[in-house]
Structures are given as C-alpha cells and as structure tokens.
Unconditional design. Structure first.
Length: 296
C-alpha cells in the first residue's frame, strides 16, 4: 500500500489546530461590526501595509463587518516638507492653517484610495469615504489648552447612515478623518477620535487601535509589567495614578469612552507585528492589550 502521509504532517496538523482554535471566534463575531483604526508605522511600511489589509480582508470574508478608519500624519508631514512648509504641533495636534488643511485633505484622499485599491486587489469590494460624505462627521473647532490650532475638528455628531448602507450592500468602508462644521468648513480630525466616535455610533462589537507600541505597561520601563487585559475602571485607575502619559493618554481615554458607550471590547495592538489583528482576535492567547467591560 502506498504511504500518502506528507513528510510535514506535523506542520499540517498545526495549521488545522489553528483553524479549529479560530472557529469559536468566527462563530461569535459573525456579522458583528469591527472598527480598525489604522496608522503609524504599519501604514508607512509597504509590507506591513499589505499584511494589515490582508487581515482586514480575511475578517470580511469570514463574516465580520469591518470598517477601516485611517490616519496619514507621517505622509502629510512628508508632503508639507515637499512644498516647503514646516509641520507644527501643539499637544500632539497638528497646527492646521488653510494651506495645511488643503495638503492634509489631498494626502488623506490619496491614502484612502490607495487602501481601497489594495482591498479590491484581494477580491473584496471597498468604498472610500471621508467624514464629509453623507454628513458622516459633524465637527466644531478644537482648541489645544485654549490655543487656536486652526482647522482641527472636535467631533460633535456622527451620522452613520452612509456606513450602514455600505455594510448592508457588502462593501468594506474605508474612512478618511476629515469633516464639516455647521458652516461647511473643512476640518482635519484626529484619526483615533474619529475611530472611537464611529465605533460608538455604529455599535461596533470591537474597536482596534493599531499603534507603534506592544500595548499597555504599568511601568513602561519594566517589560514584565505588560497588561494583556483590564477593565475600563482599571484603565481609569492607571490614568489617575499617573502611569499613562504622552500620546497613550488620549488613546486610552478614547478606549474607556468607547467601552462605556456600547463597544464591547477595545484592543491596542502593535501594528508593526505582521498579522497582529488575526493573532489577537482568533487565538486564545492574543498579543496586545484588551480593554473590556466591568462585568467581564
């Protein structure tokens, strides 16, 4: 009798185990909305960019309803340099005059359509929109500690109808963080803020932040203090205790706000790790920090 057993049978079995491990998660989140905030280094590296898009496309194909909200800060700064303008920031927010706003919108639209192309190349229909489309994001002027930073918007209201319509028609929405105020002036919006507001408005089951750090640490200088899971209340304690600072402070605030406004779980992942999204969602161990409701 012929022996048809593959030489790499152990590897084949490991692949089967991975698929079986993923099965309950696929069943649990079928037809659930997941909002993925995409930016940072994962966006500037072409290989990582392809991996992220593959991950989100796979989520779509196994039954999730993903929405991508993307940034583009590094690319905006690069184009600012090309035209001889210097980027200025106050409390991490880009000072945005009329010329800078024009550049930012141009770059974000370019990034948006690039992501649409990558998704479509993988056989999934995607539609790129900005917060201006369908009145998705209505904003007011945002200030940084009382300082005028120009056309930077604070989200007042989200009208998610355009997103619901796209999801219903089996499209993958990709959102650029630009919005209108009541007088139809255009404003740049922090992508974290946009992702959080959209996740709350659509009742997302999950909100995922792809960042440039591994997750949360109780002490950033002590790698053994990594926190893989905490509640919104515990996150508030970390903030109140002064353990969280810098750019992570507003991000964590967005996380707890999302949890308290209907989002079931928020994930902070290192977008520099290939396929971090799949590893976090489809494996028992996970690799980032998950923020959950108190009752969990």
């Amino acid at each position: 009798m012929l022996n048809n057993r593959p030489e790499n049978m152990d590897e084949v079995m490991r692949k089967a185990e991975v698929l079986i491990e993923a099965l309950p998660y696929i069943q649990k989140f079928n037809r659930k909305i997941i909002v993925v905030k995409y930016g940072g280094s994962a966006m500037s590296d072409e290989e990582l960019q392809k991996n992220v898009i593959k991950d989100v496309t796979l989520l779509k194909l196994v039954g999730f309803k993903p929405i991508i909200v993307h940034g583009g800060g590094k690319e905006i700064s690069r184009w600012m340099g090309k035209v001889g303008k210097e980027s200025r920031f106050i409390n991490g927010l880009r000072v945005t005059d009329a010329d800078t706003m024009e550049i930012a919108e141009m770059v974000l639209n370019k990034v948006n359509k690039s992501l649409v192309t990558m998704v479509q190349e993988l056989g999934v229909r995607a539609v790129g929109v900005s917060g201006k489309d369908g009145g998705l994001l209505n904003v007011e002027k945002k200030y940084a500690d009382g300082q005028d930073i120009g056309f930077v918007g604070n989200i007042k209201e989200v009208n998610p109808k355009v997103l619901y319509d796209l999801l219903e028609k089996d499209f993958l929405p990709i959102v650029a963080p630009v919005g209108f105020d009541d007088d139809f002036h255009t404003y740049n919006i922090n992508a974290d803020d946009a992702a959080c507001a959209i996740a709350k408005a659509v009742g997302a089951d999950k909100l995922v932040f792809l960042t440039d750090i591994e997750g949360l640490y109780r002490d950033i200088n002590d790698k053994s203090s990594f926190i893989s899971r905490l509640t919104a209340g515990q996150a508030d304690e970390l903030i109140g205790g002064g353990f969280i600072g810098g750019g992570m402070l507003p991000k964590l605030g967005n996380c707890t706000s999302a949890i308290r406004n209907g989002v079931n779980r928020v994930h902070i992942l290192d977008g520099r790790i290939p396929h971090c999204l799949l590893l976090e969602i489809f494996t028992n161990q996970g690799i980032g920090t998950a923020i959950v409701r108190e009752e969990e």
